[in-house]
Design a protein around this ligand. Structure first.
Ligand SMILES: Nc1ncnc2c1ncn2[C@@H]1O[C@H](COP(=O)(O)OP(=O)(O)OP(=O)(O)O)[C@@H](O)[C@H]1O
Ligand SMILES: [Mg+2]
Length: 255
């Protein structure tokens, strides 16, 4: 039985999707059978996970509404051990109400994660920003959660909120473990960025903050624009090395 790892944050644009695709690629490179599931209606995983253009079609939303079978929505990637379920047609719709209702009112999502877990070593789930119904549903079916925190001043305001939210969910899902807060987009030499790292290290318990910090690098942004995880496109890049290092630490915890 594998583990479900959710990547969640209160704030948007903090590096969740980047973390999802790069951790997943790093797990798969180590030979772990890995599945990415994108439940964020924005559907950004499709741009960064390394798919051919003609594959960017059906996904989780189409399985959720009964239009597609599970087999039809699990897509192969450039890595033999990495598969992906994209968000699907919901990312082309302006209206996400039905999608959210189906998630909130059925057990399709937790059942899917449970099935996936039985067949994979690790299932990495990308979530929308905030602790809404979709993210809560994912956390209810996860064993692990990582909270990316962007190294910029505003990030600090939202961290207590997400920690409280996770505590609420941990209370209802005793299997769920907060693996840690992951500081992302760190810029060495930038005082604002360094203040965030200092503050977090001083104010939060060391066991819930990863020592590994993800630097902001040009290669990471370029890789996303080119549609690939940076760990595959530029493995020697500092952000790639940080993601690979983090994946190795997590593998030791998971297996
Ligand atoms: N380490 C990094 N170095 C450089 N750019 C980065 C890094 N991490 C993320 N980015 C860039 O920051 C932007 C936001 O990242 P990402 O899409 O992963 O955030 P997100 O939390 O998933 O956003 P959303 O809440 O909208 O889903 C993207 O353009 C991404 O390429
Ligand atoms: Mg995202």
């Amino acid at each position: 039985m594998g583990d479900v790892l959710a990547i969640v944050s209160q704030k948007g644009g903090v590096g969740k999707t980047t973390t999802v695709v790069n951790l997943a690629a790093a797990f798969a490179r180590r030979g772990l059978k890995t599945l990415v599931v994108d439940v964020d209606p924005q559907g950004s995983v499709r741009y960064g996970v390394g798919l051919r253009r003609d594959q960017r079609n059906a996904g989780f939303a189409d399985y959720l509404n009964g239009q597609k079978s599970l087999r039809e929505v699990i897509l192969p990637t450039a890595l033999p051990w990495l598969r992906v379920i994209l968000a699907g047609s919901v990312s082309d719709d302006a209206d996400h109400v039905t999608y959210q209702q189906l998630i909130a009112e059925t057990s399709i999502l937790p059942d899917l994660l449970e099935t996936a877990r039985a067949r994979c070593h690790v299932v990495v789930v990308d979530t929308p920003p905030g602790l809404g119904a979709i993210t809560r549903c994912v956390l209810g079916a996860s064993q692990h959660v990582i909270v990316p925190l962007q190294c910029e001043p505003l990030a600090l305001q939202t961290t207590p909120q997400i920690l409280r939210g996770i505590q609420d969910v941990v209370a209802t899902n005793e299997e769920l473990m907060l693996d840690g807060i992951l500081m992302t987009m760190f810029e060495a030499g930038n005082p604002a960025s360094e203040r965030v790292v200092d503050y977090v290290r001083r104010h939060l318990p060391a066991n819930i903050v990863f020592d590994t910090v993800i630097p902001r690098t040009v290669a990471t942004a370029d890789a996303f624009a080119a549609g690939q995880p940076v760990v595959l496109r530029s493995p020697a890049d500092a952000a790639s090395q940080a993601y690979i290092d983090l994946a190795n630490q997590l593998i030791d915890r998971f297996l």
